[in-house]
Design a protein around this ligand. Structure first.
Ligand code: ARG
Length: 572
């Protein structure tokens, strides 16, 4: 149990008695004491009483004796709380023997669908897919660890009109040649070549059009060629996931095509429910609350005027399938912010149709763009979009070079392993440590730096602790008595017992920068402790207590990074 919650639990009844109604004590970490509550100020205003008198009365009624060594009214009416060393030590001891490190499994497990990554067949993954993949994978890992049933949904773009031209291009190239190009990850040149022919060649355009009709009509020969394209692309995406250390597997591909048979029934059901309206020949839903600049309601086109179904229809079918068939109650969509309106409208339409009813709810886990050093959208030198694999390879190469430079004793394989863990870790951490609602600038120097809020800093802190144990040939004894006489020990203990609260909060808002900020605060508290408090040279029983603090720090850092999908090598 974390301290905010414990203290809140003690103050709340006292506040309620004084107020005659429930009051949130709003307990926060503070510089003045360990924790502070300023709820008495607002309450006093409401009661028309002097704030200090209200604060004093709350303190008199609160049962804090075993938790606090001091509880005082300060300033205009703040409550300053100093946690008793014994109470803090007790919490640290409980943590040391808890394999879950103070993060209880949820008491209300849900089925959660995490829709993430979702690249498009025969198209290169771009940096937007990187963000989706990294954030989505962290969400899946975290919720799974909390005990939810997590279904990873890789909503691959594997259906629609572009497949006419892609299949015709494949026919022109020859299957073997095309397969070769695609499995090598030459997706962009394949797509562009098809596009160029499509734009320039009338006959090719006509062939492509007929091909789409054949594909949608279920023509077996066409389906076989289509499958070839999908399989080659999937194979390539899996190599990227492997390099990225994400948990997506081939079982998680649930492409747009898999909803194809549901599209007709979905539109029919919308019609039966009276939700469809014709607009310029297209069948549309007008979800409440979505209006354009001119104040006119915006249409969600579920069937185009040519009879084809598009992206919105597929997402509606996916929602119905996820809540209805899979029994999911929480649907997460880790997709860039430009698609916000799309999801708002799809959720509203699904709610109207009864496919998204409480307790089921959908959340758009949106994110901003990755910017280049010039502060503009990240572009390749040629001006195109940056290839994700190129970015990852560059990260690994840079990190490997740095690892060799810093530690010339590393063998060839070990340097490569460290380079991979640090390079990929740095990329993922740079992403997760930025507020996802905002854009961020890709800055190699900063993300690979050993100082600051970076993966290498945390990986370094982790490996340093592990080496303390390795060099001394000792292990921490979790049952050892904990003593927290030094301020640096207390400060570290406060961070350690705060892990559960942060994880709980991030499971709700999926803002991973709060977890990264926590881990970097923890590592900083550890550094300060390690500078001031000798561990191996300390006398017993302090030595044993400090070994537990070291071990716990490594365990929390390791688990925290693991939840983010970042490796922790034993030595850097
Ligand atoms: N394939 C889409 C893209 O690349 C993302 C799909 C997101 N998921 C969804 N259910 N719409 O933009």
């Amino acid at each position: 149990m974390d301290l905010e919650k414990l203290l809140t639990g003690r103050l709340a009844p006292a506040f309620a008695t004084v107020a005659g109604a429930p009051v949130d004590p709003v307990v926060r970490r503070s510089q003045r004491a360990d924790f502070q509550s300023d709820a008495a100020l607002a309450l006093a205003r409401r009661l028309g009483r002097p704030p200090r008198a209200v604060a004093t009365e709350v303190l008199e009624r609160a049962d804090l004796a075993d938790l606090c060594s001091a509880a005082e009214v300060s300033g205009p009416g703040f409550l300053n709380l100093t946690v008793a060393d014994g109470a803090l030590a007790g919490l640290v001891s409980a943590l040391a023997t808890d394999p879950r490190l103070g993060v209880p499994a949820t008491s209300a497990p849900e089925t959660v669908v995490v829709d993430y990554s979702a690249p498009n067949v025969a198209k290169e993954m771009h940096v937007g897919h990187l963000r989706s993949t990294v954030i989505g994978d962290a969400a899946a890992r975290l919720l799974e660890w909390l005990g939810h049933r997590v279904l990873r949904a890789n909503h691959l773009g594997d259906w629609g009109t572009p497949f006419g031209m892609l299949i015709e291009h494949l026919v022109d190239l020859g299957e073997a040649e095309a397969a070769q190009e695609l499995s090598m990850g030459d997706l962009d040149s394949f797509y562009k070549a098809a596009r160029t022919k499509f734009d320039a060649d009338e006959a090719f355009r006509e062939r492509s059009r007929l091909r789409v009709v054949a594909l949608q009509g279920g023509d077996p020969a066409t389906l076989r060629l289509w499958r070839l394209l999908v399989e080659q692309s999937e194979r390539y995406f899996l190599t990227v996931y492997d390099l990225l250390d994400v948990t997506l597997t081939e079982r998680d591909f649930h492409g747009e095509s898999s909803y194809n048979d549901l599209l007709g029934p979905v539109v029919e059901e919308l019609d039966r429910l009276g939700l469809l309206r014709q607009s310029d020949g297209a069948a549309c839903v007008f979800p409440p609350g979505s209006v354009g600049r001119d104040g006119e309601p915006l249409p969600l086109i579920v069937r185009k005027s040519d009879g084809g179904y598009g992206y919105p229809a597929t997402d509606l079918a996916a929602i119905r399938h996820r809540t209805g068939t899979l029994g999911a109650t929480r649907l997460l969509y880790v997709v860039g912010l430009p698609q916000r309106r799309h999801f708002e409208m799809v959720y509203a339409a699904a709610a109207q149709a009864g496919w998204l009813a409480p307790p089921a709810r959908a959340e758009h886990v949106g994110f901003g763009s990755i910017l280049g050093p010039d502060g503009r959208m990240l572009r390749s030198r040629a001006g195109g979009s940056v290839k994700l694999v190129g970015l990852l390879e560059e990260a690994v190469a840079r990190a490997t070079a740095l690892a060799r430079e810093r530690n010339p004793e590393l063998g060839e394989t070990e340097a490569a392993e460290v380079g991979r863990a640090v390079g990929i870790g740095a990329i993922k951490y740079a992403d997760l440590s930025s507020d996802r609602h905002k854009d961020y600038v890709l800055d190699w120097e900063r993300m690979l730096s050993l100082d600051g809020n970076t993966a290498p800093y945390l990986q370094y802190a982790y490996s340093r602790i592990r080496s303390i144990f390795r060099r001394a040939g000792v292990a921490a004894r979790p049952e050892a008595a904990i003593s927290l006489a030094e301020p640096a020990e207390r400060a570290l203990a406060f961070e350690l017992v705060g892990f559960g609260a942060v994880v709980g909060e991030v499971a709700e808002n999926l803002e991973f920068h709060h977890l990264t900020a926590y881990l970097s605060r923890l590592a900083a508290a550890f550094s300060a402790f390690y500078e001031r408090c000798p561990v191996l040279r300390a006398d017993e029983p302090v030595r044993e207590s400090r070994l537990v603090l070291c071990d716990l720090t490594a365990r929390v850092l390791g688990q925290g990074l693991h939840l983010l999908g970042i490796r922790t090598p034993e030595r850097l």
